[in-house]
Design a protein around this ligand. Structure first.
Ligand code: 5GP
Length: 120
């Protein structure tokens, strides 16, 4: 079962402005910022503004407006960052086996070099 949302997670603090981030995009439903430990030349995290732990939690509890807004934001970030032509990868961890570290839904956008095959 999905864990209850914990307001003390680091991305909740970023959303509240309690700790800084390098913002690359923001709208009513989503915030995007650079990953603090980038795994590729471009490594952006996109998060919904609502309190959701994971993709499964968001898809179950999020409103249609929140879900549509978030999906559109991920695409807007990729377009704004010039990633469409070279290409990019989206990745979202959820739960123990994935080693999800921060329990607020986030989509990783990684790009900027050939990424190789998806290794699991
Ligand atoms: P996960 O493993 O949960 O999918 O990914 C969490 C990501 O958040 C990691 O890539 C990690 O580098 C990033 N991260 C952790 N703490 C911070 C932080 O305080 N600021 C930013 N910008 N990224 C963070």
């Amino acid at each position: 079962a999905t864990l209850p949302y914990d307001d003390s997670n680091i991305f909740a603090k970023i959303l509240r402005g309690e700790i800084p981030c390098t913002k690359v995009y923001e709208d009513d439903h989503a915030l995007a910022f650079n990953d603090i430990s980038p795994q590729a030349p471009t490594h952006i995290l996109v998060i919904p503004k609502g309190a959701y732990v994971s993709w499964d939690d968001f898809s179950a509890r999020g409103s249609d407006a929140e879900i549509a807004g978030f999906v559109r934001a991920v695409g807007a970030v990729a377009r704004d960052a010039g990633l469409v032509a070279p290409g990019y990868r989206l990745l979202a961890n959820a739960g123990t086996h994935s080693l999800q570290e921060v329990p607020h839904l986030h989509v990783h956008i990684v790009a900027g070099r050939p990424l190789g095959p998806l290794l699991v």
